[in-house]
Design a protein around this ligand. Sequence first.
Ligand code: GLA
Length: 383
Amino acid sequence: MTPANKVRQQFFAEFKEEAAFIVRAPGRVNLIGEHTDYNDGFVFPMAIDRATWIALRPRDDNKVFAISIDMDDRRDFALDDLRRPAEVDWLAYLTGVAWSLRERGYALRGWEGVVSGDVPIGSGLSSSAALELAAARAFQCVSGFEWDAAEMALACQRAENNWLGVNCGIMDQMISAAGIEDRALLIDCRSLETSTAPLPAGAAVVILDTGTRRGLVDSEYNERRAQCEAAARHFGIAALRDIDLETFERRVHELDPLMRKRARHVISENERTLQAREVMDAGDAAALGKLMIESHISLRDDFEVSSAALDAIVDCANAEAACYGARMTGAGFGGCAVALVEADEAGAFSEQVAANYQAATGNQPALYVSKASRGAETVFAAG
Ligand code: GLA
C-alpha cells in the first residue's frame, strides 16, 4: 500500500472520519554540488518520488497528537510547552518545527493525525527534511499562514541546527520545500534563488543505496565545515563561494596540504555545478555524466568523504555501458550514490550493478529508478 493510502486509512480507523487535510513532502537526491551548500555555493538536487505523508485534522486546543505508523508510536505535545527531547526521535522533528515556526512569529494551531513515509531512514535521501517539511505543511494547513518555500526551508533548517543539534546546510530542506516535477533544481545557497532544468531526454536517474551507514558522519561533517570556514578566513572572503578556481590555484601554496584539498573540492565543485546547468540546458547527458564522475573523484580524493562501499558501487555503475556517470550523493561515508543512465536500460543496469556490487563487497544494495517530484504540498483539503 502507498503511504498516501496508509495514512488515509489509518486516520479513518482512528478518528472515524476522513482526514481534513493530506500533506506530503519528498526526500531528495543531489545530482551534483556536494558539500557546497554551507559554503554559500550551488547545489543541483531533485526531489524524489518518495515522501513523508501526514493525514490530519485541526484541534481546538493547543495540542498536537500524532501517530507514526512506521515507528509504531503515538505521542502528543502542547504548543505552549515545547520541550527539547533528551534524545532525537521522530517526535523531536515535529516539536522542532513547531518551536522554529513559533520563533519566527507564526501563530500555530494544534492538530491530530497520522504520519508515514517511504523515504528510507538514514540512507542519505533526506528522510529528516521530508518529515520536517511535512510537519511544516501540516501546521500551515491548520494555522492558515502563507506558504513560502524558502522561508519554510529556513525554518526547518533552524529546527535541525538549533533543536536537533544537526549542523546541516540548506539543501535538503530547500529541495524538499521547492522541488518541481520532472525537473532538477539549481539552488544558489546564498540568495536561495532557484532555477530549474529538465533531465536530458532519454536519461534516467538511478539511486544506488550501498546498504552501509556510518555513525561518524556528524563529526566528520563538522570538521569539513570548520576546514572550509578556515580556508575562507585565510583568503579574507565570506565563504569559499567567493573565490574562483583560477585565483585559488594562484594562491594555493598559501594553504597547508590538507586545507588545499578541502578548498579545492568546494571551489571546483561549484564550477562543475554551474557547468551542469549549461549541459542540462543543452540536453547533453554524456557531459553531465562526466561532471558527475569528476565530482565523485573530488569528493573521494580531495574532500575525503567517500567510503569503500560508495567507491565500489560507483565503480560498478561506471563500468556499465548504459551509465553516463555516477557519484556519491549527500554527506557521504555511506548511504547512497546516484547514477545518470540511459532510460531504456535503467532496469537492466540496476540488476547488473546490484549483482556486481554484492559480489564485490558482500553488501546488500537497493537500487531505485527515481523521477523528479514536486516539493512539499497539500494534496487534499476538505471543503
Ligand atoms: C547533508 C546536509 C546538506 C549538505 C550535504 C552535503 O545532506 O544535510 O546540507 O551539506 O550533506 O552536500
